[in-house]
Design a protein around this ligand. Sequence first.
Ligand SMILES: NC(=O)c1ccc[n+]([C@@H]2O[C@H](COP(=O)([O-])OP(=O)(O)OC[C@H]3O[C@@H](n4cnc5c(N)ncnc54)[C@H](O)[C@@H]3O)[C@@H](O)[C@H]2O)c1
Ligand SMILES: CCCCC=O
Length: 500
Amino acid sequence: MNCVYLSKHPSGATKAMQNAQPTASHFINGAYVEDTDGAPIECIYPATGKVIATLHEATPAIVDQALSAAKAGQKIWAAMTGTERGRILRRAADIIRDRNRELSVLETLDTGKPLQETLVADATSGADALEYFGGLAGSITGEHIQLGQDWVYTIREPLGVCVGIGAWNYPTQIACWKGAPALACGNSMVFKPSETTPLCALKIAEILHEAGLPAGVYNVVQGRGAVGASLVIDPRVSKVSLTGSVPTGRKVYAAAAERMKHVTMELGGKSPLIIFEDADIDNAVSGAILGNFYSSGQVCSNGTRVFVQKDIKKAFLKRLKERLEGAVMGDPLDEATNFGPMVSADQMNIVLGYINKGTEEGATLVAGGKMADLDGFFVEPTVFADVTDGMTIAREEIFGPVMAVFDFETEEEVMARANDTEFGLAAGVFTNDLTRAHRVVAGFEAGTCYINTYNLAPVEAPFGGSKASGVGRENSKEAINHYSEVKTVYVAMTPVESQF
Ligand SMILES: NC(=O)c1ccc[n+]([C@@H]2O[C@H](COP(=O)([O-])OP(=O)(O)OC[C@H]3O[C@@H](n4cnc5c(N)ncnc54)[C@H](O)[C@@H]3O)[C@@H](O)[C@H]2O)c1
Ligand SMILES: CCCCC=O
């Protein structure tokens, strides 16, 4: 066993965690697999900066093993009825819920996110996806189209072997959001987690097999970008679903397009959150906090461009500053902690670089702005006011706890500015004017919009981006269309009438 936690666990990671550890780097054909020829991947606990596990990248032989297993497993899986498939997915959801605490501790160790958060947002969201798509699996059908005496029927078929590639902010959720709809439709999956958070997806694979999934249907291989790229171009793969940054999305989409593969692209954002003067200020402040500081700001859909109507700017910033006093930074395994570290030293340095840029370019620092005086990769929740549209912190995705507050005067003006970005992942509005709320969301160039709330992503609702932020949708019945295709069958009831 080469994936070993150091003997000294971070505080709070109890003995129960011993059973919750993945036991090797990869999960292929229903079992853990190790190959120490692969380059080492160190899993670092972000709250201490210490290595807690060492895994190995997949070698070409491991990638080949996983894809061959997925190819064979898919045939067995697709031959089962939807109801049989759904039962296994729902059983996996039940196991995840039963083990929520240990899976949440693992998510915290993998990402540094506070346990207070992971207990309610990660394994539970994964279980929701398995439960929801497990419930749908039996009703994924084609249709009957009557054409006089003739008729057409359609068959909704799986795509085959799907590759899932994950980002590091929600390792359990991403593994399930991709796996659940793919498997419900009768596909198999090879999932490559982010090299920064390699642990959680392995447990999802293990639990799916414990629930009765046939060997080879859900496999996990570790690796950096090159391993992901080798999966994307393999001829055995029919579909690639990536969660990651726009630059990676461009590369993966191009490689998939060259080989005419299906894609789902869940990419980055720089989403606007507009607060009108008639909004309930406390509620709007709650929305801005949730939309900027949950997961220490490492959420793709965050409303990082907060446009506040001029007349309420002072009151908004005052209330926001007061509420920031409620941030509790510290040991993420302590359930009183509600604000954790950045996932890595690299991400912390990227965020600190943007904070410096904000100050250099003339934004007003209202709160935070530096590392916290703690071990690990902590950056204080940071707020800039007087941000203008051309500043770097107004245009680029930071992916950290940095809120940029802009002033605006009219609805027309703010709509043009809100949409003036290459991204289109999410957008939100706080107002008590019902008509304006719907007019504003109709005008947003974004895939996921919010009225008087922010960042909720229930499995029943489609989630995904427009413009550079993505292609396709995750969750909801929409996802079924992205993991299946339709075969059309024309049935003639009369002799063929040919032209000669
Ligand atoms: N839209 C969404 O649902 C969503 C959700 C979470 C995160 N994100 C985005 O993810 C980004 C942060 O995550 P990250 O830093 O891990 O992103 P990233 O783009 O650096 O990496 C994402 C994944 O792609 C892999 N990868 C890198 N190069 C590759 C290549 N050429 N071919 C195949 N795979 C390759 C990485 O190993 C990793 O597993 C942010 O931009 C964030 O907005 C989007
Ligand atoms: C709101 C859930 C978003 C997941 C992406 O980071």
